[in-house]
Structures are given as C-alpha cells and as structure tokens.
Unconditional design. Structure first.
Length: 223
C-alpha cells in the first residue's frame, strides 16, 4: 500500500482542500471572515456539523485578530489540554501568551472555600490578572457562566470562546454567554449545542493566531 502526502504541510493543505470541496457539496456557504475558523475546527474534529453550529458575534474574528496582533494579550483556558494545544510559536511571534490556572493549589483552595469549581476560580483569577484576556472554555459550563456574569458586572475581555462539551448546563451556558456577549458588545465565538471540547477551544485559538501571523497557509508554518 502506498501513502501520499506524508509531510505535515501537504497533509494539512490536502485536508483543507477536501474540507472546502465537501462544504460546497453539502451546500454550506461560510463567510470569508469565518472560513479559517470553521475549516480548522472541521479539520480537527472531522465533523461538518460545526459549519452550522459555530456562532460568531458581529466582527468577532476581526476584533480577535486585531487584539492578538496588538501584542500583550493572554489566553486563559479552562483546561491544561487546551493550553497545551495552543500554538506557542504563534504566541511568541505576536508577543502574546497563554495561561491555565486549573492545577494551581491556590485555585483549588479558593474553589473549596467558596463552594464553587476550580474552573470558576480560574476564570475569576484570569479576569483579575488579565482583564483584557481571551477566555477559551472547552470543558466547563461553570466557567462560561461565570465569564458571562462578570461581563454583566462590567468586565470586557477581548474575546470569549465558548465551546464546552457535554450534557449538563452545556447548551444553556452557551446560549446565556452568547446573549450576554451580544448585549454588551464583547466578541464571542460559540459552538452551540452539546458539541465542543478542549481541542476545539485550542483549534479556534490557533485559527485566529495563524490569521494574525499570516500563516494560515501551512507552507508558511512548516517550511
């Protein structure tokens, strides 16, 4: 058996070509400003449902790319898995960074004292340390709910990525956070419904980072 396209850039380019063709075959018309995010999420998950369930507040991609390009932005994730999946070379090139507080003993202590989750305590710490951060939630609905509550109380993060996965409070947390972001003009990208995950959160971050560094074309990253 002979395999073709064994180099990373070739595999990615061929995959994106296939995704583009299948999107067209299925009748999906993805707006140009959103196509990099949508195609990369499908590339990560092999799930074309994301062409329909990804929701963007007005100008979310443009505003997020502008924030990343300006440098000094921190991405706060609700899992170490999402943190690990974010492109560190892209962050370095832009002068940005990523943090996850979930394994911090102080966060565990605060969560216990306050009768809440570590994810909630992590988002509160993130907002305290980096009020203009990008918050990327791929696992915990409680984290997304708390971010929305803080926005209602006056917080203004640069972007909210809300893609927790699961069955309890997942759908409701996304609907709530989307409505809050729209109400207060906070950029947001959400995967409506039950689907999502840490890999999706990291993938959306990377799509935005690659756009900001002009490396959506894999040849520019893998050369």
């Amino acid at each position: 058996m002979k395999f073709e396209h064994v180099l990373p850039a070739d595999i990615e380019k061929t995959s994106m070509k296939i995704i583009g063709e299948e999107l067209a075959e299925k009748g999906f018309e993805v707006p140009e400003d959103k196509v990099a995010v949508v195609k990369r999420v499908i590339h990560t998950t092999a799930d074309f449902d994301y062409a329909e369930n990804l929701r963007f507040t007005e100008g979310a991609v443009e505003k997020a790319v502008e924030a990343f390009t300006g440098g000094g932005i921190t991405i706060i994730t609700d899992t170490n898995m999402a943190h690990a999946g974010i492109s560190k070379p892209s962050l370095k090139k832009l002068g940005d960074s990523a943090e996850c507080y979930m394994a911090d003993p102080e966060i565990a202590k605060l969560a216990k004292e306050n009768g809440t989750t570590r994810a909630v305590a992590s988002m509160e710490r993130g907002m305290e340390n980096h009020p203009d951060a990008v918050f990327a939630v791929g696992n915990a609905p409680t984290a997304l709910i708390r971010i929305a509550e803080m926005i209602e109380s006056g917080a203004r993060p640069s972007l909210v990525i809300g893609v927790p996965v699961g069955f309890v409070n997942v759908v409701e947390s996304k609907e709530y956070a989307l409505s809050v972001c729209e109400k207060y003009g906070v950029p947001g990208i959400f995967a409506m419904g039950r689907k999502g995950g840490s890999n999706v959160a990291a993938t959306i971050c990377n799509a935005l980072l690659y756009t900001a560094t002009d490396t959506v074309d894999p040849d520019k990253r893998w050369k």
